[in-house]
Design a protein around this ligand. Structure first.
Ligand code: PHE
Length: 454
């Protein structure tokens, strides 16, 4: 599997089989739990339609150019997230930026797998029918019983990582790409089913209007920061993931066009999730919230009040499981690509090793709410790792990667790489973004979050 798919000088380079496969796998990475548990509530609280407008601007000026930069770096270097920097600047300390990005992937995957494990537990509950008819209070108890159990969260986390590892072991083309080709269309269908059901509710229309109405008075500095945070986490920038996925791309591939497709898919799913979550809460007069409470308590309770409720909860949790799996696959692949190159081990062995280490690192997050949970700096471990990665590590690694591409590799050579296989795209805007807009704005988020963390 490792060879035979087009081998290069390193002797182990794999390639995507088709553009559609690459776009679906990359969109699978972008579309994740973040689109469902974060975007709707953040958008509703931060100006509704006005937030969406700010988000679109951030996507165009920062998200798409950043995605293009990471994909181009990967394709040019044909290396994992660390060695890509070394391929362009041999022997330089820039490799540490790749190291930082992989540290971020490792940490994000460690707690992401815990939450995804809870999702699998809920898929099982929905199949068994044990969520049927429960109201919010009863569902709250179900959630607490799971999250606080001494070892159940560990078992579900292990199962989720085993599924992720099974796909990654299959390799780029027959594992990741094949799986994304099936799962991503499935996700869209399931989400569409939920959206249709919710939008047919009485009072849903008012919820849609309420969600999308632009409230410019709610827009300020923090709104832009939230939009930036959302785009970074959702596009998986500063995690070595897009550099790794880019390294499997053919020269003939249009990076600009693919990045636009991925951005459109990711944003469309987020908006569709918003059209499920907000009108549903609105129709039942519930407060708008995000996070675990939304996924595991409020939304299932709302779905339980609708006709066909048993199957709706199943649809919802299977959809979440798909979103989480395709994201986790990309995080694990970034780690595996690096470890394989450095350790010279087979894909299978490396994948098991990486997944095992991620599991161990996630144990404190899995036990965070249980009897063995510890509090660090006044937060539980899962929340702490989430905050530290998404507010500090990701922006830092993303900023440094943009600086590397824009100034060290240089906008000229990077543009030359982007032009391979591409039609016309706004080249000036791209260099302005990578050289100035990304470093300046992300520098501001970072400074703001560092001040906020204290
Ligand atoms: N983008 C995914 C989400 O929104 C998470 C993720 C982050 C995946 C970083 C890959 C890299 O949930």
């Amino acid at each position: 599997m490792a060879t035979g798919n087009g081998t290069d000088a390193q002797g182990q380079q794999e390639r995507w089989g088709s553009r559609a496969g690459f776009v679906l796998a990359t969109a699978g990475s972008a579309v994740g739990l973040g689109n469902i548990w974060r975007f709707p509530s953040v958008a509703a609280e931060s100006g509704g339609g006005a937030f969406v407008a700010v988000l679109l601007a951030v996507i165009l000026l920062i998200g798409v150019p950043g995605l293009m930069a990471e994909l181009a770096l990967g394709r040019r270097a044909r290396q994992n997230a660390v060695d890509a920097f070394l391929a362009i600047r041999p022997g330089s300390a820039w490799a540490w930026v790749g190291g930082l990005a992989l540290l971020a992937s490792f940490l994000v995957l460690s707690y992401y797998a815990v939450i995804a494990g809870w999702v699998l537990a809920y898929v099982a509950k929905a199949v068994a029918g044990s969520l049927r008819g429960l109201d919010a209070t009863a569902l709250g108890e179900v959630y607490t019983a799971l999250a606080q159990h001494a070892w159940h969260p560990l078992a579900w986390q292990a199962l989720f990582l085993a599924l992720t590892a099974a796909v990654v072991m299959g390799g780029v083309r027959s594992g990741i790409e094949q799986c994304s080709r099936v799962l991503m269309p499935g996700l869209v269908v399931l989400l569409a089913v939920l959206a249709v059901r919710v939008l047919l509710l009485e009072g849903a229309g008012a919820g849609v209007v309420w969600f999308l109405r632009p409230h410019w008075e709610d827009v300020g500095g923090p709104t832009v920061l939230r939009a930036l945070g959302q785009v970074f986490f959702s596009f998986g920038l500063g995690m070595g993931v897009m550099v790794t996925y880019g390294s499997y791309l053919d020269r003939g591939e249009d990076i600009h066009r693919s990045a636009v497709y991925v951005a459109v898919a990711d944003t469309a799913v987020a908006l569709l999730a918003g059209l499920v979550v907000i009108p549903a809460l609105f129709a039942f007069g519930l407060p708008i919230e995000g996070g675990a409470g939304l996924l595991f308590v409020t939304l299932p309770a709302v779905l339980n009040q609708m006709p066909l409720s048993a199957s709706l909860n199943l649809v919802f949790f299977v959809m979440l499981a798909i979103a989480a799996l395709t994201s986790a696959i990309s995080l694990l692949e970034a780690l595996v690509a690096f470890a394989r190159q450095r350790l010279g081990l087979a894909r299978r062995t490396t994948t098991l090793l990486a997944a095992g280490l991620v599991f161990v690192a996630g144990v404190p997050s899995a036990l965070a709410q249980g009897p063995h949970g510890v509090q660090v700096l006044g937060r539980d471990v899962l929340t702490l790792v989430d905050t530290a990665t998404s507010e500090v590590l990701l922006p830092l690694a993303g900023l440094l990667t943009a600086v590397f591409v824009g100034w060290v590799w240089g906008a000229g050579p990077a543009l030359a790489e982007l032009r391979h296989g591409a039609g016309r795209f706004p080249e000036r805007l791209w260099s302005a973004s990578v050289r100035v807009i990304v470093p300046a704005t992300v520098g501001v988020i970072l400074a703001a979050s560092l001040i906020g963390v204290r």
